[in-house]
Design a protein around this ligand. Structure first.
Ligand code: 6CS
Length: 347
């Protein structure tokens, strides 16, 4: 991990949150820029906490870059410099290998509603909590930021079309296997280096939800966007465990309440962000080719991706197998419940 220069004011001695002029400060770092889905979440969380504590707690949001890369943010959460942070499996998988289950293609649903439901499944959350705890974190929630879309120089309609394509991936090791399964040449890079790597043709493509493609201007250095509904971008919100444990029971309950309240809101907000940003991309790059893979093409990718599940279990071991089963069951339940909801509405 690269060395990080942390602003001196961030150094803390205790696990208690710092107090500034009588106001308790909770530092919440995100892995994205202002205007992103994670920023919307963190700002809304901050507003809710400020209003429900009558201003006694100030949640300060640190956007991507202000504290380094995702790995740096995770390190700062671990040592208690931060109280709260988003931690995405695409990077966090290096520290908690089991979270890489959320990087397996075609495991989650192609329905945003079903994914939102599955990620709140109590059994699923309970399976991950001890894995976070072992590393000194509390898992507060998981949410989807929308289906990831491939941005490429050439169209890809079958797995074979990926042969030799230099794909940027996030830094969790399983992502290499995911793209090698399609015959691509994956290159892990931090988020901040993707635009220049595309511009300099060091990579041919990358994969992210649409709002992120627009926000990071990847559409400027791309010819084709391909939507396969192969994987929603999942993130987690985590807290430094000693910080949570030092909270009064009322404050602890407040955190849980606010997190629960935000869940339906973020599920809708991410859909809106992705829709709006697609319109912006279309406006700014009318020549950009937009491809949506049909069921046949998706089935070919799903088949090519299948062996990566075994690879995940081989690499991660028994606990990998367990979380895979838990996630599969949660997705099945969520899809059933969504089908039931749609049937009821039709009646
Ligand atoms: O691609 C990445 O590295 C990043 N993508 C998103 C949408 N959020 C954070 C993550 O680090």
């Amino acid at each position: 991990m690269r060395r990080l220069l942390i602003p001196a004011a961030l150094f803390l001695s205790a696990c208690d949150a710092p107090v500034d002029d009588g106001v308790e400060v909770w530092r919440f770092a995100i892995e994205e820029s202002p205007g992103s889905v994670q920023d919307a979440y963190a700002q809304r969380f901050a507003e809710a906490i400020a209003s429900r504590t009558d201003g006694a707690v100030d949640v300060k949001v640190y956007p991507y870059g202000s504290l380094g890369t995702s790995d740096h943010v995770t390190e700062l959460l671990h040592n208690g410099t931060l109280q709260l942070a988003t931690a995405s499996p695409g990077h966090l998988g290096k520290l908690i290998p089991e979270v890489q289950v959320f990087l397996l293609h075609f495991l989650l649903s192609d329905s945003a509603r079903a994914n939102a439901r599955a990620l709140q499944d109590p059994e699923l959350l309970a399976a991950f909590q001890p894995l976070y705890r072992e590393k000194g974190f509390d898992l507060l929630t998981l949410f989807s930021e929308g289906q990831m879309v491939w941005t490429l120089q050439e169209p890809v309609e079958r797995p074979e079309d990926f042969a030799g394509v230099k794909m940027r991936t996030m830094t969790s090791p399983l992502l290499l296997a995911a793209y090698e399964a399609y015959g691509a040449s994956p290159t892990p890079l931090p988020y901040s280096e993707v635009y220049s790597a595309l511009q300099l043709s060091m990579i041919d493509g990358q994969v992210n939800p649409i709002f992120a493609i627009q926000e990071m201007s990847f559409h400027e250095v791309t010819e084709v966007m391909v939507r396969a509904d192969h994987l929603p971008f999942v993130t987690s919100v985590a807290a430094h465990t000693p910080f949570l444990e030092a909270l009064s029971p009322e404050r602890r309950a407040l955190v849980d309440d606010v997190i629960a309240d935000l869940q339906p809101w973020i599920a809708k907000t991410q859909v809106r962000y992705n829709d709006e940003r697609l319109d912006l991309i279309r406006e700014r790059r009318p020549d950009l080719q937009l491809l949506r893979l049909d069921d046949d093409a998706r089935a070919a990718f799903a088949e090519a991706a299948e062996p990566v599940r075994e690879r995940f279990v081989d690499d991660v071991g028994q606990r990998g197998m367990e979380v895979l089963q838990v996630v599969e069951a949660a997705v099945e339940r969520a899809e059933d419940q969504e089908r039931g909801r749609r049937r009821k509405r039709r009646r």
